[in-house]
Design a protein around this ligand. Sequence first.
Ligand code: ATP
Ligand code: MG
Length: 260
Amino acid sequence: ETEIPEDHPRYASLVTRHRIEAGVEKGITSKQGLIAQGRGEAFDYLLGERTLPSADAAERAAAATLLCADHPVLSVNGNVAALAPAEIVDLAAAVDADIEVNLFNHTDERVRRIADHLREHGADEVKGLAGDGEIPGLDHARGTVDADGIEAADVVVVPLEDGDRAEALDAMGKTEIVVDLNPGSRSPRTADIPIIDNLIRAVPNVTAHARDLADAPASRRDAIDSFDADEALAEAEAAIREGSFGMPDDAAADGDASNA
Ligand code: ATP
Ligand code: MG
């Protein structure tokens, strides 16, 4: 385990990276997941590694939508499991959602490892091994889900989902909440609620909003009605274009020598 000094200007980013590395070593994160992480880091850097006000509004709308759902499901892949296992378990409890492991590069072995990892972090039931349902329009390997999980869900949270599956889920009529740092990617563009934020910041903030909205049905309506997906995507893109390349104290200027 590498020691990272907490006062390092990129502390959060480096901790995140090490979680993904540990995930690969544990056999829960794929090598493709490492590449997705690199892409995410680049976008997060451009966004200033912060939650934009429009992302916070998306997180609040997501919380409200989950609380209003009949059968919400949180989809978990190898990156999500490595980065935020306890946070996913907390969110599932706060909005009474199922957790389903759903992998782009599916193997039963990896699904089992991820399910065990989530249970180590407090999960009760974890779906994804039955594989008795499907997302129409995808080939078998990509489209297999649980019949009483994602197939039956009315609202799905799909963090870091690939574009084809996001579109296929949308075609099934599901309300989709996507977490993705790239506002230009197909997945958030397909989503009813795109959250352009780091999963690590997004998930606990959705949970905090859910706790806040639990006993406030009128505020839930308002959070959903006042959220505009296109506006949120445009604001994230503008923040990237106009950004100061983001480090709060300009530490970015000395480059990142942390890979040594
Ligand atoms: P597609 O158009 O098919 O979605 P893509 O190039 O976006 O193609 P993905 O596999 O979706 O390919 O890429 C991974 C996505 O996950 C990237 O958009 C990246 O920004 C995002 N991502 C990676 N890590 C995180 C994270 N920690 N939080 C939020 N988003 C992340
Ligand atoms: Mg994408």
